[in-house]
Design a binder for this molecule. Structure first.
Ligand SMILES: [Zn+2]
Length: 187
């Protein structure tokens, strides 16, 4: 999942964010009338016949049933939540590591509330100590991420780009045509 210009946010017929897809798949959904455009990007792609505006957000015409699930706790999800930023020194790190705030050897849990992204230097420096013992502080309290599409944690760039679709649902433009709410299709 990414928020760069080559990715498109796919909304459910109910306007809930469904997933992030690539431009090719988005155009295919539009051309086959399985989706409506909602918002365009600033980019164009050229075909033999025409220049096509690349969509940024599209909406599927059918209701896709997806059960709500909690964000999946994983190494990658923690890095995404923290935007690859060391939670001790605040530096963005190309070599992120996971640090247990309360060390595992002290019964620290392996969950959203005790695991943070750390650069190798800070991780070494902290070692097997608690915050108090090491004198180190966290730039923010770790928690379960709230920005997600179903169980997938989003990148900071995706959050920035499509934030309104995750929050202000009433501000989303109305679809051009009426929606049909039929049984689920796979996307
Ligand atoms: Zn650091």
């Amino acid at each position: 999942m990414d928020g760069d210009s080559s990715s498109v946010l796919l909304l459910n017929s109910t306007f809930e964010p469904l997933t992030i897809i690539n431009v090719r798949r988005a155009l295919k959904l539009l051309f086959t009338k399985k989706a409506h455009p909602v918002e365009d990007s600033q980019n164009y792609i050229s075909t033999i016949r025409a220049k096509i505006r690349v969509p940024s957000v599209i909406q599927i015409i059918y209701y896709v049933k997806r059960p709500y699930s909690r964000p999946k706790f994983s190494k990658k999800s923690v890095f995404l939540r923290d935007n690859y930023q060391c939670q001790y020194c605040g530096k963005h790190t190309a070599k992120p590591t996971l640090d247990h705030v309360i060390p595992r050897s002290r019964d620290g849990k392996n969950d959203w509330y005790n695991v943070v992204t750390a650069c190798p230097d800070c991780n070494n420096k902290k070692g097997n100590r608690t915050l108090k013992e090491s004198g180190m502080t966290l730039i923010k309290q770790p928690t379960e991420p709230k920005y997600l599409i179903y169980s997938t944690v989003l990148t900071q760039s995706a959050i920035k780009k499509w934030e309104k679709y995750f929050y202000n649902k009433e501000k989303i433009p109305k679809a051009l045509t009426s929606l049909s709410s039929v049984s689920s299709v796979s996307v």
